[in-house]
Design a protein around this ligand. Structure first.
Ligand code: ZN
Length: 238
């Protein structure tokens, strides 16, 4: 069963588990460690946590849009999104932690009170995709689980529910195909049918457990996977 085939209740549970997982990692980072680097180039812990908070706020706007029918986009523009993160990163550590807690609670409230018609209402993501508002659950799920790893203090793809790693890998391969990336690349997950990203002859095979191959494909390093071939860095997917 894929994430999208699960019931709303089950999907919300996985998103909330991801939030708890992120919150746990965050609670183990000291204020001064938040000034340090993360797995994301150019982003400190402050940028990362501010971003995760503002992402929840942006998803609240999509839920508002779904409930009211009045268009409230995630972000005004990519520039506004970037500026918000830069400014957020200058807040005190305590304020950044509050931002995270507060926006998580707000999004959870929107989810708890959404009507059936709101869940089904169409909204547009920052990437320009038109999706039902229920897609916010998957969007948030991806964010909290992956960014928990990006904090760089022990978060592991191996801790993700299998259905999350499967959904991530499907999304990533789909994005590569849409962008015409990943020519010659084959992802060979242990115990599964290998995935050829394109029809071209294989030049590189990345193999390992689902969590390791997903980690590599998501651009978070090759821990646990074997990369055999010319492509050492995965194509960008976002
Ligand atoms: Zn993000």
């Amino acid at each position: 069963m894929t994430f999208h085939d699960m019931s709303l209740v089950e999907r919300l549970l996985i998103a909330r588990r991801g939030t708890s997982y992120f919150a746990q990692r965050l609670s183990e980072v000291t204020d001064s460690e938040l000034d340090g680097a993360t797995l994301l180039a150019g982003w400190t812990g402050r940028h990362l946590v501010a971003h995760v908070g503002y992402n929840a706020a942006a998803l609240c706007r999509l839920m508002d849009w779904a409930s009211s029918g009045e268009e409230t986009p995630m972000y005004e523009s990519p520039q506004q999104r970037g500026r918000e993160i830069d400014e957020g990163s200058t807040l005190s550590a305590a304020a950044i932690r509050n931002l995270f807690d507060h926006t998580v609670a707000r999004l959870d409230e929107k989810w708890r009170t959404a009507s059936e018609s709101a869940w089904a209402a169409e909204v547009r993501t920052a990437q320009g995709r038109t999706v039902p508002a229920s897609e916010t659950i998957w969007m948030r799920t991806r964010e909290v689980w992956i960014h928990a790893v990006d904090l760089g203090n022990g978060g592991r793809f191996a801790d993700f529910p299998e259905v999350v790693n499967e959904g991530l890998l499907t999304d990533i391969v789909g994005m590569w195909r849409k962008k015409g990336e990943g020519s010659g690349l084959v992802l060979a997950v242990d115990g599964r049918e290998p995935i050829a990203v394109t029809d071209e002859a294989t030049t590189t095979t990345v193999s390992g457990g689902l969590e390791a191959v997903t980690r590599w494909a998501a651009g978070r390093g090759s821990i646990g996977s074997t990369v055999d071939g010319a492509i050492d860095e995965p194509p960008r997917w976002l």
